[in-house]
Design a protein around this ligand. Structure first.
Ligand code: CO
Length: 139
């Protein structure tokens, strides 16, 4: 595979409006976009930060993955996402290496990109999102 690049860092927040305000001030520019990913139970705000993004995540329901994360760990870094060229091939490669995958098949995440998560037990405690750029232009 080509060298993976950091796509974004996901940050779990309890108040998306307040967090967006804080990051606008911190970064000195407005957010890139805001969307709800109902399947994952999150509302998401992206900020450009160099070549990567910061992804603020607020749960839309308490029983979602980010909702459970907040209850257990509180606000903070939730995951690190890296771009891969071919997500299916990458999942097969990692599976063969014995890496624990949360998603064995890709699903559609924020921005319509394909995503799959690697379990923190295989990555020293960090939830890692593998993401493949959508091929067709975003609607
Ligand atoms: Co993400």
């Amino acid at each position: 595979m080509s060298h993976p690049r950091v796509a974004h860092v996901g940050i779990a927040v309890t108040d998306l409006d307040a967090a967006t305000e804080a990051y606008r001030a911190l970064l000195g520019h407005p957010e890139h976009d805001r969307e709800t990913v109902e399947e994952q139970g999150v509302e998401v705000v992206h900020f450009e930060a160099g070549d990567a993004m910061l992804e603020l995540l607020q749960p839309t329901r308490p029983d979602s993955p980010v909702g459970r994360f907040l209850q257990k760990r509180g606000e903070g870094i939730h995951h690190v996402a890296v771009w891969v060229d071919d997500l299916r091939a990458e999942l097969a490669r990692l599976g063969a290496l014995g890496v624990t995958l949360i998603d064995k098949v890709p699903r559609v995440g924020a921005g319509g990109h394909l995503v799959a998560f690697v379990h923190p037990r295989s990555t020293r405690g960090v939830l890692v999102e593998l993401t493949e750029k959508r091929k067709d232009p975003a609607p």
